[in-house]
Write a protein that binds this ligand. Structure first.
Ligand SMILES: Cc1cc2nc3c(=O)[nH]c(=O)nc-3n(C[C@H](O)[C@H](O)[C@H](O)COP(=O)(O)OP(=O)(O)OC[C@H]3O[C@@H](n4cnc5c(N)ncnc54)[C@H](O)[C@@H]3O)c2cc1C
Length: 173
């Protein structure tokens, strides 16, 4: 531990780059004595996480759908740790008593549904296009003129990641 103090490069390589957190540090160096108030001071504020809305406010004005991928990773000491907020959200799906604080960002985005639409989600981002498609289908079913739309996206593992398979198949004209 004392070798790390003052050795900027060693500290960067062994601690920062490996994402070693405060709890990992205490486990790695059990002889380290940290006063409780220092421990509390060193705890970072939990930052909000962003999630893209996967539903249309025209189709469901009082409902927001989001799709969250459960983040999994290994740490130097505790294998198989889960992402803080995505794991919390998973917990919420089974425990209705958990009430998260959710802030919805306003948007001025307006789609021109009479113009052809090309949607490209390279690997990660098809969620907003699910909302677009929902809205376009809803308006089309109600008789509004909707121009053609094409969606291109990537999916590494069709059996596990293609969560919108049935939904998208139902959208194909
Ligand atoms: C504009 C925007 C839109 C987004 N939309 C979506 C969306 O629709 N759906 C979605 O699922 N996500 C979305 N994200 C990502 C989302 O905001 C979160 O980043 C994601 O859910 C992970 O958060 P978490 O708290 O679960 O993981 P965190 O706890 O923040 O961990 C994130 C990653 O950090 C690393 N990490 C953290 N702690 C350690 C550690 N101790 N040791 C080693 N590595 C560590 C790991 O690689 C881990 O996977 C979006 C992000 C942005 C910016």
């Amino acid at each position: 531990m004392s070798a790390l103090c003052g050795a900027t490069k060693l500290f960067e390589e062994s601690i920062l780059r490996k994402n070693v957190g405060l709890i990992d540090l205490v486990q790695m160096y059990p002889s380290m004595q940290i006063p409780f108030e220092t421990l509390v001071q060193k705890c970072d504020t939990i930052m909000p996480r962003y999630y893209t809305i996967a539903s249309s406010c025209i189709v469901a004005p009082k409902e927001i759908k989001i799709a969250i991928s459960l983040s999994k990773f290994d740490t130097p000491h505790q294998e198989n740790r889960l992402g803080l907020v995505s794991a919390y959200c998973e917990l919420m799906s089974t425990d209705q008593s958990i009430k998260p604080r959710i802030f919805v960002k306003d948007s001025n985005f307006n789609m021109n549904n009479e113009a052809p639409l090309l949607m490209v989600g390279p690997g990660t981002g098809i969620v907003p296009f699910i909302a677009f498609s929902d809205e376009r289908k809803h308006l089309k079913d109600a008789g509004s003129p909707i121009a053609e739309g094409h969606l291109y996206f990537g999916c590494r593992d069709v059996d596990n990641d293609f969560i919108y398979r049935d939904y998208l198949a139902s959208m194909v004209d």
